[in-house]
Design a protein around this ligand. Structure first.
Ligand code: ZN
Length: 623
């Protein structure tokens, strides 16, 4: 329990970093909104105030003013004048004023950023026709263009290095007076105030580590935060992968690179967890048979791994999340990201069991299933098996999906070869492995599912989501930006184009439904696409990858989109769900030592975030 407490504190201590990484104005905007919230709690009413509350909650939900998924700037539902009014009546000493800055100056600055739709409109620009660096509002680069960043890393990259460090993972790149410099995120560097706190808690965690392997990994993580050296981070990642015995586990660092259109810089995140022993048996069965799946995969034999190494899979219960993984959370995680470590030391695959379960429970009452299922039978089967189907899909996506296949000798990493399309194609590849095996009797033989009905439910669900349901997350006229959403539509549209006699879109009472006639043939189509996407990755075929994503994954059919939004509007459900963290409270003895740790489950999202900004906010407002 002490270990969980220390690691949770380390997680929350880094929380400010994600705000600043996402956008350099996020911290003072967040602190302005929080100051207003504190001075008006419970006193104001009315539509404008409601809109202000919604907006502030959305900023907390997205770790900044850009939507966490689409990365578009969130539109406030209130006016700039109303904001001015609120700030005017807020205690000035609680506002984040810089030096001699006046309240009016702060107001004007916040107004401009929130209400000028053209200013810093997108956190991550993935549109390859623009400039991936200059057109992105995130705080990973300053004064640089895409071409300059590409040239910088072309120079740094040594293609003959078999164990390359993850260049750029822990720094901001700045061009000043014609010189390009890196500001490293470390103790004594950028974000030092937050990182020192993280390190302090990690040092306490070391003293109560479960075993030597865990201790070693935590010590290396501390060394990485102290030195900022990426070689140390690799050593840490290896030690972390090799610790498969500990019940408590933690991800803490600059991890996923989706927030950088160039795919270099890692967003701060932390996930503290404990092992779920029963569900782990299920995922371990898949991992134990990884070679069986690899050998029978429909990909070209030269793209198969001859020996699938070190797939360590488990199901965890999340205890605390922070940064990039909170409040909106992943449901599966496969790390580390460094390709050479994955290939030579293996990777850890985890499914976030209590999160998946919570999503499933919530979806049972949403009405989405009834609205989009073509028959009553489909509803009944889905109610029975959707939960297991999703579990198995997530397990296989992580354990035998991302881990499968190999890149041809001499071909660069997907980041170099497939660039901005790499993430979408990688997610598609992992999904397709899972889909392909969802209709395989091997899963029945292994005791993982009772019959192929579970696979049929998975196929129904996947196509419905990829073609229809997921569109509820987009505004009319938007393209799909997010890698996972792009990949789902890519797969669904690609197979539908080839699915004559296999599956079709049917209209009934003006509503569109997906109807599958031949599940076995559909499986074959998933296999064909998997083979092609693996080829693209293995050969580094940028043009083919680009064509797939652009032709199938990006554009939305406006008529279908309008229809979906209307159908969903009637159900009155939220497009995204996120989580409130539990609260770990240490019980201390007379000398201040921790005797026990109590867990509480708060219910108030607003209160949690106001508390965090008091207790776990360490970065200066103007960084
Ligand atoms: Zn994935």
């Amino acid at each position: 329990k002490k270990l969980l407490y220390y690691l949770s504190e380390a997680a929350l201590s880094g929380r400010d970093m994600i705000y600043d990484q996402n956008y350099r104005h996020n911290l003072y905007i967040r602190r302005t909104l929080e100051a207003i919230m504190r001075s008006y709690q419970g006193e104001r009413t009315g539509l404008d105030w409601e809109a202000f509350l919604v907006f502030t909650k959305r900023v907390w939900f997205s770790n900044g003013i850009h939507h966490h998924y689409s990365s578009k700037k969130i539109e406030p539902g209130f006016s700039g004048d109303y904001l001015r009014e609120l700030i005017k009546h807020t205690d000035a000493t609680s506002l984040p004023l810089l030096d001699g800055q006046s309240v009016e100056e702060l107001t004007a600055k916040v107004q401009r950023i929130l209400f000028d739709p053209g200013l810093d409109a997108k956190r991550v620009n993935q549109d390859a026709s623009g400039d991936l660096v200059a057109d992105s509002a995130n705080n990973y680069y300053e004064g640089l263009t895409q071409a300059e960043v590409e040239a910088f890393y072309a120079q740094a990259n040594d293609p003959s290095d078999a164990t390359p460090i993850s260049y750029g993972l822990n720094s901001k790149l700045i061009k000043k007076n014609g010189q390009i410099q890196e500001r490293i995120w470390k103790v004594g560097g950028m974000y030092s105030q937050a990182i020192e706190q993280v390190v302090g808690w990690l040092e306490k965690a070391v003293t109560v580590a479960e075993n030597d392997k865990q201790k070693k990994a935590l010590e290396l993580l501390i060394a990485f935060y102290r030195t900022g050296q990426l070689r140390v981070f690799d050593n840490y990642s290896i030690a972390w992968v090799q610790d498969v015995d500990s019940d408590v586990d933690v991800i803490n660092g600059f991890i996923e690179v989706y927030g950088d259109a160039m795919g270099y810089r890692g967003a701060f995140e932390s996930v503290v967890s404990i092992r779920d022993p029963i569900a782990t048996k299920r995922i371990a069965t898949i991992g134990d048979n990884a070679q069986w799946f690899e050998d029978r995969s429909p990909i070209h034999s030269e793209h198969k791994k001859k020996e699938v190494t070190g797939i360590s899979a488990k199901v965890i219960s999340v205890v605390m999340e922070s940064g990039d993984s909170s409040p909106s959370t992943p449901i599966g995680i496969n790390l580390p990201n460094a390709n050479w470590i994955r290939a030579t030391k293996g990777s850890k695959s985890v499914s976030l069991g209590n999160i998946v379960r919570a999503h499933n429970e919530a979806s049972k009452t949403s009405g989405l299933l009834e609205e989009f299922a073509f028959t009553q039978e489909e509803v009944a089967l889905s109610r029975k098996w959707a939960s297991l189907a999703l579990d198995l899909e997530v397990d296989m996506h992580e354990v035998i999906g991302h881990a499968s296949g190999q890149i041809n000798p001499g071909v660069g990493t997907p980041k170099e070869t497939l660039k901005a399309y790499g993430s979408t194609l990688e997610e598609a590849r992992a999904d397709l492995v899972a889909l392909y095996y969802m209709m395989d009797l091997k899963l029945v033989e292994l005791g993982l599912m009772p019959g192929l009905d579970v696979g049929r439910v998975a196929y129904d669900g996947f196509l419905k989501n990829g073609l229809l349901v997921q569109l509820l997350r987009l505004d009319l006229g938007d393209d799909i930006e997010e890698a996972h959403m792009r990949n789902r539509q890519l797969i669904a549209k690609w197979v539908m184009e080839r699915a004559a006699g296999v599956a079709e879109l049917k209209k009934r009472d003006g509503k569109t439904f997906v109807v599958i006639h031949d599940y076995a043939k559909l499986r074959g189509l998933f296999g064909q696409l998997l083979r092609e996407i693996q080829r693209i990755k293995s050969e580094g075929d940028y043009e083919a990858g680009k064509a797939l994503v652009e032709n199938y994954g990006v554009k939305v059919d406006p008529e279908i989109h309008r229809e979906v939004l209307e159908r969903v509007k009637a159900l009155n459900i939220a497009s995204y769900s996120g989580f409130i963290n539990p609260k770990l409270i240490p019980i201390r003895d007379a000398n201040g030592g921790i005797m026990d740790v109590k867990i509480e489950y708060p219910q108030d999202f607003t209160r949690q975030h106001l508390e965090y900004s008091e207790s776990h906010s360490f970065l200066p407002t103007y960084n």
